[in-house]
Design a protein around this ligand. Structure first.
Ligand code: G3P
Ligand code: CA
Length: 333
């Protein structure tokens, strides 16, 4: 019961008392600085994020580090630093390197996975210098908590446990290591308000039923887990099952809105049914330089998300622009 009350309180805080959609800085300030770097976290904080996202994977020595991929080559210089440590499938896996080795690497703006010599988003930060490092989850939490304390603010964190099944196959329980870390910082009163997200429903259920945290969980949804979640068979039943352990869903933009045959922009059935079930809607990811086909501009994207689908939060690469647009569209509601 105590946990339930704490969860309710934390949910009200997390949703900013439902006043307007929360802005979740996707991988830091990734439109302006390389993703998942401490300077990016600080910038996202300064740009006005309500929450800052951290994707998490494990190192060989079981340390949680902030990285989007289980691979290292798209965002670091691992290939030149450790050429012989590539697996036969052509990837350098974070799980094959100790934290000390990962700390030797430098982080760069994300490369194109089809052509590693190109940047994925050409207009973004194009450094060739050695400025950025892979942060640990501890460093990430301490930075946000420290900023909250010095600035007397309440910016949250939004960690995602990446690929739990892959980690299990490699012999690691990332969920257990993650939850221990969450409880450690909660006990030290250093844990900012938090949402926990994951694509794998088994992980969220395990957290909900075995660890019983007073922290809201968000079920991420994309085409890779659509069937696993049973959304292809009975969407309402699947969403009711999701609601038994999570407070909301994180669907892709195209699972939130779509353009119908008459070129009208409509809410998807997933978004409609989720809202009927009173699940929060936190879609991903708003990018000015990678718009969905149904948005003609970034302004248009945010306006449609706010007005056509009444989202509760949005993952964005452009925290500052999203914030000012949300202010504009919610104050004129
Ligand atoms: O976690 C929300 C969104 O970030 C999911 O996509 O691939 O960017 O982690 P990804
Ligand atoms: Ca993520």
């Amino acid at each position: 019961m105590t946990n339930f009350i704490l969860l309710l309180i934390s949910l009200l805080f997390c949703q900013n008392l439902h006043s307007k959609p929360v802005i979740i800085a996707h991988r830091g300030a990734s439109s302006y600085l390389p993703e998942h770097t401490l300077p990016g976290v600080s910038l996202a904080y300064g740009l006005g994020a309500d929450f800052i996202e951290a994707d998490l994977v494990l190192t060989k020595d079981g340390q949680l580090v902030v990285l989007h991929d289980i691979f290292l080559e798209y965002t670091s210089n691992v290939a030149s630093l450790f050429p012989a440590r590539k697996r036969s499938d052509g990837h350098w896996y974070a799980i094959d390197f100790t934290l000390n080795e990962i700390k030797e690497m430098h982080v760069y703006e994300r490369k194109n996975s089809q052509n590693i010599n190109e940047q994925k988003y050409k207009q973004r930060f194009s450094n060739i210098g050695k400025i950025f490092k892979v942060p640990t989850f501890d460093e990430f939490i301490m930075l946000v908590d420290g900023l909250n304390k010095t600035l007397k603010k309440n910016v949250g964190i939004y960690p995602e446990i990446k690929r739990p099944k892959f980690h299990e196959f490699e012999g690691y329980d990332i969920t257990d290591l993650f939850m221990k870390k969450i409880f450690e910082y909660q006990n030290k009163k250093m844990l900012p308000q938090t949402f926990i997200q994951c694509f794998e429903p088994e992980t969220l259920k395990k957290i909900y039923y075995e660890y019983r945290p007073s922290i809201p969980l968000i079920q991420l949804i994309d085409e890779n887990n659509w069937q696993t979640l049973g959304l292809d068979k009975n969407m309402v039943k699947a969403l009711q099952e999701i609601k038994s352990y999570s407070v909301g869903i994180g669907p892709s933009l195209n699972n939130t809105l779509f353009k119908d045959h008459d070129q009208m922009i409509k809410k998807t059935l997933l978004a409609q049914f989720a809202q009927s079930e009173k699940l929060l809607l936190h879609p991903w990811t708003a990018r000015k330089d990678d718009l969905p086909t149904w948005a003609v501009s970034f302004d248009d994207l945010i306006e449609k998300l706010v007005k056509n689908s009444q989202i509760d939060g949005i993952f964005t690469d452009f925290t500052d622009l999203t914030k000012s647009l949300i202010e504009a569209y919610t104050s004129s509601k």
